[in-house]
Write a protein that binds this ligand. Structure first.
Ligand code: AHR
Length: 503
């Protein structure tokens, strides 16, 4: 019999990483596949409200407690004329949508989405088109959305029936402009220049906005790091964040290696921080550029199915990854990694929210359900608000195909002072054995365990479907105990754990 595996954690109140910016629990809705049409919007569905928005979907979104949603793309935004999505519905053009090879009907546009986001209790992070358009369309959109009135674009908004300005605070300067797949992709110099001039005029229209410049589309792009350095060289003065995007897959069906990919994300984040700070040093600037991880998730299951989708369809089932149990574990690990960088990551968007690589699925004219990845996101979004603690961690390690010294235990803790609550998020990545955890929280005098939530499953490939929506779901029967400030728990093999303590 194998020796019992053990890990230790120590959390101390004063050993803080940073305050959580709640926008790290953001998500993303793109005009892509069935995210908008058939996802959030389906007039005629029995659950549709007076605006055609599905109430069942809104309820699931509210369970996730998403404070900000990026819109309208993604690759879509680089060919989008926002003016075609406002005003009378019957006048809106049907257009070929080149990013995904579909037809865009423009029945949902800026105002409809802002209305939906309000119902979802979310802010919007608006992206502007720096592919086929540029500074002029971008500054006009800021005027349309944020200017109170008395100008052409703000009065047009009023004419369209939306009296008050939306005061959209966070804006993306294009999307993945480094990628050859992007409509009108650019070199770092071309993008840096257009992003700088666009940022300048957008802020002249509304100086209260914050701007995100496009960083690399992934850590694997050939221009990664030099792209960020050059783009920031051009834009440093005008932007507040640099974006990064990261998706992982498990084509090889190698669970140990797949779960180790949080190490790659960690390195990617650290490298971008280093690059931002290099430009800061070079410019002798006092300003710090923070990170917006505005697309992250698992994405690979739907790759083959997508090749079979007929071109120029309307809202076809594109990027409909059906997530399994191990995907939920990686998503949990990615969330822990994001928390550990809460001093520099101020925005993060799980890509995406509904149907398209999403935690929420719907069927047209049918039901809606929670995918496996829904649960870790819901837990961290709801329990992970406050400040993040830096753990002292001692854990067994393993090696996998691409990684060495992978921690079997991955963990972070968040303190919510207002609620007098301490929450520990922990993953046991061991494929075969449970892990005995000892966690020292003596510094949190008087705290008691109120819940130990566990997501576990014997089958890493178990999925939730419309017919069987609850095959993978968490339970509250974890075995964590506390005695004199020392928590002990046995974390099941391959499990996601949320241990909640209250004073
Ligand atoms: O989220 C799906 C796509 O992934 C986005 O449109 C694009 O920005 C990224 O490549």
């Amino acid at each position: 019999m194998a020796d019992t595996k053990k890990a230790k954690l120590i959390f101390c109140k004063d050993y803080k990483i940073g305050e959580v910016d709640n926008r790290i629990y953001g998500s993303f809705i793109e005009h892509l596949g069935r995210a908008v049409y058939g996802g959030i919007y389906e007039p005629g569905h029995p659950e549709a409200d007076e605006n055609g928005f599905r109430k069942d979907v809104l309820n699931l979104v509210s369970e996730l407690n998403v404070p900000i949603i990026r819109y309208p793309g993604g690759n879509f935004v680089s060919g989008y004329n926002w003016e075609e999505g406002v005003g009378p519905l019957e006048k809106r053009p049907r257009k070929t949508e080149l990013a995904w090879g579909t037809i865009e009907t423009n029945q949902v546009g800026t105002n409809e989405f802002m209305n939906w986001a309000k119902k979802a209790h979310s802010e919007v992070m608006m992206a502007v088109n720096l592919g086929t358009r540029g500074a002029d369309a971008a500054r006009n959109l800021v005027e349309y959305c944020n200017h109170p009135g008395g100008t052409y674009w703000s009065d047009l908004r009023k004419l369209h029936g939306y009296e008050s300005p939306y005061k959209i605070k966070t804006w993306c300067l294009g999307n993945e402009m480094d990628g050859h797949w992007q409509i009108c992709s650019k070199t770092a110099e071309e993008y840096g220049r257009i992003a700088c001039e666009t940022a300048k005029v957008m802020k002249w229209v509304d100086p209260t906005i914050e701007l995100v410049a496009c960083g690399s589309s992934s850590s694997a792009t050939p221009t990664f790091a030099s792209w960020e350095a050059e783009v920031l060289d051009h834009t440093y003065e005008y932007v507040d964040y640099i974006s990064l995007h990261q998706y992982y897959g498990n084509h090889e069906k190698d669970t140990a290696n797949f779960l180790a990919k949080t190490l790659d994300l960690d390195l990617f984040i650290k490298s971008i921080i280093a690059t931002c700070d290099y430009v800061k040093a070079k410019k002798r600037s006092k300003k710090t550029i923070n990170l917006s991880l505005d697309e992250w998730n698992v994405w690979f299951h739907s790759n083959n199915a997508d090749k079979k989708i007929e071109k120029w369809s309307i809202a076809p089932p594109l990027l409909e990854d059906i997530y399994n149990f191990e995907d939920a574990l990686l998503v949990g690990g990615m969330l822990i990694t994001i928390l550990k960088h809460s001093d520099r990551i101020k925005i993060a968007c799980l890509a995406q929210l509904v149907n398209v690589i999403a935690p929420i699925m719907t069927s047209n004219n049918g039901s809606s359900w929670r995918q496996t990845i829904f649960y870790p996101f819901m837990h961290v979004s709801n329990y992970g608000r406050g400040y993040v603690l830096n753990p002292v961690i001692s854990t067994p390690l393993y090696d996998s195909k691409d990684f060495t010294d992978v921690p079997v235990l991955e963990a972070a803790a968040v303190v919510n002072e207002e609620k007098e609550q301490l929450t520990i998020f922990a993953i046991n990545k061991d494929l075969n054995d449970s892990l005995v955890l000892e966690c020292d929280v003596r510094n949190f005098e008087g705290y008691k365990i109120v819940n130990h939530i566990v997501l576990e499953n014997d089958d890493v490939y178990a999925v939730n479907t419309e017919k069987e929506p609850y095959k993978v779901k968490p339970h509250n029967n974890g075995n964590a105990k506390i005695d004199n400030g020392i928590i002990t728990a046995s974390l099941s093999k391959l499990s996601w754990n949320v241990i909640v303590l209250k004073k």
